[in-house]
Design a protein around this ligand. Sequence first.
Ligand code: NAP
Length: 338
Amino acid sequence: MTLNIGVIGTGAIGQDHIRRCSFALSGARVVAVNDIHQDQAKKVVSDLGIAAEVYADAHELIEAANVDAILVTSWGPSHEEFVLSAIRAGKPVFCEKPLAVTAAGCKSIVDAEMAFGRRLVQVGFMRPYDQGYRALKAAIDGGRIGEPLMIHAAHRNARVGQAYATDMAITDTLIHEINVLGWLLDDHYVSAQVIFPRKSSRALAHLKDPQIVLLETARGTRIDVEVFVNCQYGYDIQCEVVGETGIARLPEPSSVQLRSEAKLSNEILVDWKDRFIAAYDVELQAFIDAVVAGRVGGPSAWDGYTAAVTADACVAAQRSGKVEPIELPERPAFYAPA
Ligand code: NAP
């Protein structure tokens, strides 16, 4: 069976996912697209040379009889409406992060999906599909370092634009660590604190950069994440897990080691798109394969909801300077890991 996909949002990642589904992955084709800018959607279809119908209305695309599954890659604040519409139509939906821009919005999706009775939603958190993080998790789960006690992590970008505000260090940047570190530890967060070190002179006036986010999990694992989005030198993701009997570290992306001009060196990536490029392929292929097999797996609406609650506490901690509690209801059996 070939899965017929409808894509809502033909911006940067929408175009990338359409290209993936059309030319890189197997078992799917894009038959419908929509964007608030219809001309852009038409151009994407024509540039890629795919036979997809351009819909003026996203809800009509969701309802279309020949559309089996939906990808939501539009602007974040529109996600909730489209995911709820897909659930109403009983169609599997892959939604780029954020699932919704508020925790209440995410919860309404969780409630709608549970009322529907089976999972339909996969959230586009791609790091659990990254080979390096999977190897790190295998080391932890295999008992290679004993029980994990601490994580030291860093999320660094070379630079960010004018529109990037202090809270986006949480909602746009740390959100990936919130997801992947919870998944690594199979644990959830109970408190958050944010510390602001000396500000980099390279950061724009309105932005506090860098930041250190301290998270505590239910089992007592302590996590520090440095978010530094004007580090100048590259896009750099670090993660070191300290266990009772050893330390496991996220592998560096592979690069040619050079001995040249009296230096021994490895290149550091500069574009975030390159760092997880393979993970995007794996996550979407997993969505396609699961839907074809009659189910939906991967990061769930519950994961989207808990990430949003955790992010809210981190933003509150940025503002209060205090340790903020993170209160989550018990994970419903509906969302138990497969
Ligand atoms: P983008 O380039 O701005 O593309 C989004 C597109 O959706 C734009 O054309 C936008 O139009 C359109 N749009 C806005 N509201 C819409 C609506 N109601 N109906 C249909 N289309 C609408 O953004 P992007 O970088 O592709 O990001 C899209 C989403 O993916 C964001 O939520 C982002 O956080 C997420 N993302 C995730 C990752 C990841 O690592 N997983 C990476 C990149 C992006 P306007 O330009 O007029 O708003």
